[in-house]
Design a protein around this ligand. Structure first.
Ligand code: TYD
Length: 221
């Protein structure tokens, strides 16, 4: 571990029920075991203000523009308060969802204007250290699960929020949105076949990070 080690920004995506959480925790453990500082966080959320916005956006009825603006307002605060400072300290930021979720859910799921989302992305994600470029994850791990399988997993889970209670057709559109994001920026994505036993999914997630040279191969799950 050296002070000069650059930060690493990894986001995790997928439709509700795709099973991100255990693998995010697994990667956090693997990075820690190799001496890396970790920031574990989520969107919408990750700061006191953004967590308040999360509660609103997951529970209160609102129009799609309002929903998109609140997602990006939460993201702005999260970037400024948590993500950028952690990256500047050379940490690994593991973020449960980021802007791909806004394109997938608000854009493809709700049918909201993608050009407006691109505009908001350009305003919100300007890099403080390099204003000519946008902050994007170095890697996005996409848990790709057929929407009907995800639906069965969710059915036995907790009380659904405004997104989890959407019909299958909504999640089919969201999944297509993720596929489209991957097609636009393939180098940034690792697509994980999530309809497999959990240990097989873990091996694929771990391998995606090892392949990029960010973890040594022998690190345990
Ligand atoms: P999720 O990671 O599923 O939280 P939990 O596992 O606690 O339910 O995220 C909450 C929801 O927010 C999820 O249904 C997707 C939605 N979402 C958007 O619609 N747009 C966004 O930009 C983000 C970040 C999340």
């Amino acid at each position: 571990m050296s002070m000069a080690q650059p930060g690493l920004f990894i986001s995790f995506e997928g439709i509700d029920g795709a099973g991100k959480s255990t693998h995010i925790a697994g990667l956090a453990g693997a990075f820690r075991a190799q001496g890396r500082g970790i920031t574990l966080t989520r969107e919408p959320g990750g700061t006191p203000l953004a967590e308040k916005l999360r509660a609103l956006v997951l529970n209160d009825t609102m129009d799609p523009l309002c929903e998109a603006l609140l997602m990006f307002a939460a993201r702005r605060d999260h970037l400024q308060q948590v993500i950028e400072p952690a990256l500047a300290r050379g940490e690994v930021v593991l973020c449960d969802r980021f802007t791909d979720a806004t394109f997938a859910y608000q854009g493809y799921g709700r049918g909201f204007d993608l050009q407006v989302l691109r505009q908001l992305e350009a305003w919100v994600q300007i890099r403080p250290d390099d204003p000519a470029h946008l902050r994007q994850p170095d890697l996005t791990v996409w848990f790709d699960l057929p929407p009907d399988v995800a639906g069965q997993r969710l059915a036995s889970a907790r009380v659904p929020d405004r997104f989890e209670s959407q019909p299958l057709a909504f999640f089919t559109r969201v999944a297509a949105g993720y596929a489209q994001r991957l097609a636009e920026q393939p180098a940034r994505f690792a697509r994980i076949e999530a309809d497999q036993p959990i240990d097989a999914v873990w091996r694929n997630v771990h391998q995606a990070v090892v392949q990029r040279g960010w973890l040594k191969p022998q690190s345990p799950p």
